[in-house]
Design a protein around this ligand. Structure first.
Ligand code: AMP
Length: 188
């Protein structure tokens, strides 16, 4: 069983690369950002609660995110494995995920960190804003905030996973195909 985390700053290519891995390995793709956007569209209680955070580029509280992941894991009890995209984003989330996966005896196997310089991230998000309906991509202040939050809260997870021997750092700049090949070589 493979359980992967695709980890990186906003705009690093997590969604794009996750979609490719899912396609090649039949894993269940759990993107917390997508789940929140879906919940928001459907005006569910979780969506309404998350809205203020998404609008400001801040992290939704850990309990809300972890509960959503808990439910998703139960909903896919027979999955051959998962790819976590945009989760975990804090140490508390990482600890909660370890615990949830311990319960189903399927630990994280690989953490792929896509590294992309800040300037390139900002360029990519600006371009994405032109083609996506994401309001958090359209505002440069919110982009700055999301990158800042990533550095403060999420990037430190690098050490956590490195200590557990699960971290694989991939240069996220270059052709999508080449990056996908590098990831494929790691998880094959
Ligand atoms: P993303 O699509 O991964 O860039 O996420 C969009 C927004 O959803 C983020 O800016 C956060 O407000 C929220 N979000 C997504 N995943 C998480 C998470 N694991 N923890 C807290 N907030 C999250």
């Amino acid at each position: 069983m493979k359980n992967l985390i695709v980890f990186g700053a906003p705009g690093a290519g997590k969604g794009t690369q996750s979609a490719r891995i899912v396609h090649n390995h039949q894993l269940v793709h759990l993107s917390t950002g997508e789940l929140f956007r879906e919940a928001l569209k459907n005006q569910t209680p979780v969506g309404m609660e998350a809205k203020a955070y998404l609008d400001k580029g801040l992290l939704v509280p850990d309990e809300v995110v972890v509960q959503m992941i808990r439910e998703a894991l139960h909903a896919h009890a027979n999955a051959p494995g998962f790819i976590f995209d945009g989760f975990p984003r804090t140490k508390a989330q990482a600890a909660a995920l370890d615990k949830l996966l311990e319960d189903i005896k399927a630990p994280i196997t690989h953490v792929i960190l896509l590294e992309v310089p800040d300037e390139e991230l900002k360029e990519r998000l600006k371009k994405r804003a032109e083609i996506s309906a994401r309001s958090d991509d359209a505002n440069p202040n919110i982009i700055e905030k999301r990158i800042e939050v990533y550095k403060a809260e999420t990037y430190p997870l690098r050490d956590y996973y490195a200590e557990h021997g699960k971290l694989f750092v991939v240069n996220g700049v270059g052709k999508e195909d080449e990056i996908a090949q590098k990831i494929q070589a790691i998880i094959a």
